[in-house]
Design a protein around this ligand. Structure first.
Ligand code: S3P
Length: 451
């Protein structure tokens, strides 16, 4: 699943015709829900059906891993995915290594799942994934009795072997991370007893919702200090589900910000997931003065979804509080692009987790903005952008195998006086394979660059 070694540079620049972006689009399915649908299907006897699965490299890596662990995973001509699983505790030892490419979510959640089985599996990935910290997931798994062979610093490649009988634990998540929470819960699925996860700060709750949907006994309560206490009774008998994956708000963020900053734009992104633990960017953009409305809000598969309509807007700088970070953790790169066009200062705080994403996003964003004429101050855990930038462009942005860095700077390029080049657009296929086509459909254009 790792990308080919060849880089695919791509550039964008302000269109000479000055026409805005116009139209209605749908972005691919939510990445978090897509990974989880395949994993839950793999531990459920019977056929789970998934509509709207994100067919990006990260999720296809998870599909391949679930096959390697013994599930039957197929796709029909209409794009309906079917998973026939083996039941909780039923996964089989894979014959080959599990290659997760660029995918933090796919690899970390599968570590939890595999740790819950008395089987061994080896995890590998690309250069970006191999740099990311895995100890945050491995530490609680070790407490549950899982053996790990990893190189120094708990990075992949690494091998995990689950014990014959797991120890159900109570685990207080030390960093706000839905991946850590989910890995513990997925491991706890096969534990004899109750696994408890305590989250001081709420993070996306797709795992909890799906556990309930598949039939597990799971309870969430709020403790005295506002922490969330999640209790999962192990060894449930799952019932196969039909899952309809809504559009990914983290992908919708790119056309949304593009429409805000390109003059004379009017874009609607339909069918977007509006789970309140994912909508921090919308809150922030509204505070910045965005002309953004949510239409046709409805419920689907237990989640709120809606159509987001955005028109070009005069934005103003705001302070984005640290507490909001978990609900917009993947959106800071594209928010920084909006901030480059806002009047005044935008201060984003509490960004320590950005340092351990697909790249060190704090420094990647600060560097990309600086070399393209935007005034920015990179703090240890904060970012300050002073807008509006007067003359944008001219830089070649190193993307460090990070899809969201690539997309963010291509969007900034739509407003640039001289082209912005990203050194590698191939990584976009990990989460948003239709990105360039959808943006072109709205009237944007890209410029291929000689490699
Ligand atoms: C995800 C959780 C977040 C997010 C990632 C998807 C998930 O990561 O950045 O893109 O699906 O659980 P962390 O758990 O590291 O915050």
């Amino acid at each position: 699943m790792s990308h080919s070694a060849a880089k695919a540079p791509l550039a964008s620049v302000r269109s000479s015709g000055r026409a805005g972006l116009k139209g209605r689009i749908r972005v691919p399915g939510d990445k978090s829900i897509s990974h989880r649908s395949l994993m839950f299907g793999a531990v459920t006897i019977g056929e789970t059906r998934i509509e709207g699965l994100l067919e990006g490299e990260d999720v296809l890596g998870t599909a391949a891993a679930m096959r390697a662990l013994g599930a039957t995973v197929t796709r029909d001509g209409e794009g309906l995915w079917r998973v026939s699983g083996l039941g909780v505790g039923g996964l089989l030892e894979p014959e080959a290594v599990l290659d997760f490419g660029n995918a933090g979510t796919g690899s970390r959640l599968t570590m939890g799942l595999v740790g819950g089985h008395a089987i061994a599996a080896t995890f590998v990935g690309d250069a970006s994934l191999s740099r990311r910290p895995m100890g945050r997931v491995l530490d609680p798994l070790r407490q549950m009795g899982v053996s790990v062979i990893a190189r120094k610093g708990d990075r992949i490649p690494l091998t995990i072997k689950g014990p014959d009988t797991l120890i159900p634990i109570t685990y207080r998540v030390p960093v706000p991370s839905a991946q850590v929470k989910s890995a513990v819960l997925l491991c706890g699925l096969n534990a004899p007893g109750v696994t408890t996860v305590i989250e001081p700060v709420a993070t996306r709750d797709h795992t909890e919702r799906m556990l309930e949907g598949f039939g597990a006994a799971i309870e969430t309560s709020v403790g005295g200090a506002g922490e969330r206490i999640i209790r999962l009774q192990g060894r449930p008998e799952f019932k196969p589900q039909t899952i309809i994956v809504p559009g990914d708000p983290s992908s919708a963020a790119f056309p949304i910000v593009a429409a805000l900053i390109v003059p004379d734009s009017d874009v609607t992104v339909e069918n977007v997931l509006l789970n309140p633990l994912r909508t921090g960017l919308i809150t922030t953009l509204l505070e910045m003065g965005a002309d953004l409305t949510i239409e046709n809000q409805r419920l689907s598969g237990g989640e709120t979804i809606g159509d987001i309509r955005v028109k070009s807007s005069r934005l103003k700088g705001v302070r984005v509080p640290a507490e909001r970070a978990p609900s917009m953790i993947d959106e800071y790169p594209i928010l920084s692009v909006a901030a480059a066009h806002a009047e005044g200062e935008t201060l984003m705080e509490g960004l320590e987790e950005l340092r351990v994403k697909e790249s060190d996003r704090l420094s990647a964003v600060a560097h990309g903005l600086t070399i393209n004429g935007v005034d920015v101050v990179e703090g240890e855990t904060s970012l300050l952008v002073r807008g509006p930038a007067r003359k944008i462009g001219g830089g070649v942005v190193p993307t460090h195998l990070d899809h969201r860095i690539a997309m963010s700077f291509l969007i900034l390029g739509f407003t640039a006086d001289t082209a912005i080049t990203v050194d590698d657009a191939a990584t976009i296929a990990t989460s948003f394979p239709t990105f360039t086509g959808l943006m072109e459909g709205l009237g944007a254009s890209f410029q291929p660059v000689e490699g």
